[in-house]
Design a protein around this ligand. Structure first.
Ligand code: SF4
Length: 105
């Protein structure tokens, strides 16, 4: 194989690799924006009876942040792994539809 052909194949392989990395790298962000849009469009949660908590499924809880929002920044979070309004173990890095920024209150 001539150096010209080898060089051209190397350039094509390099471009394909960069394109693949770019696509693979953007997948989590795309999933996050789809999830965020779904959360925004979700219907209002029913009011809670006094002392009750939502299930994790009701509030679309996930154990990873969404768009820079996470439980450790939420007014409802109780250290180390609990929540005032959602039942079960809650990760400080988690997120749900009820997220309320502690700084905005
Ligand atoms: S985002 Fe807030 S309300 Fe939702 S589970 Fe985390 S701490 Fe609780």
């Amino acid at each position: 194989m001539s150096n010209l052909i080898t060089g051209a194949l190397t350039e094509i392989s390099r471009r394909a690799m960069i394109r693949g990395v770019a696509i693979a790298g953007s997948a989590p962000f795309l999933a996050m924006s789809v999830n965020y849009a779904a959360a925004q469009a979700a219907p209002q949660l029913p009011p809670l009876p006094r002392g009750a908590k939502y299930t994790q499924a009701q509030v679309a809880y996930q154990d990873y942040p969404l768009g820079g929002q996470q439980c450790s920044q939420c007014i409802q979070f109780i250290k180390p792994r609990s929540c005032r309004t959602v039942e079960g173990i809650i990760s400080p890095n988690g997120w749900c539809r009820g997220w309320t920024n502690v700084k905005h209150l």
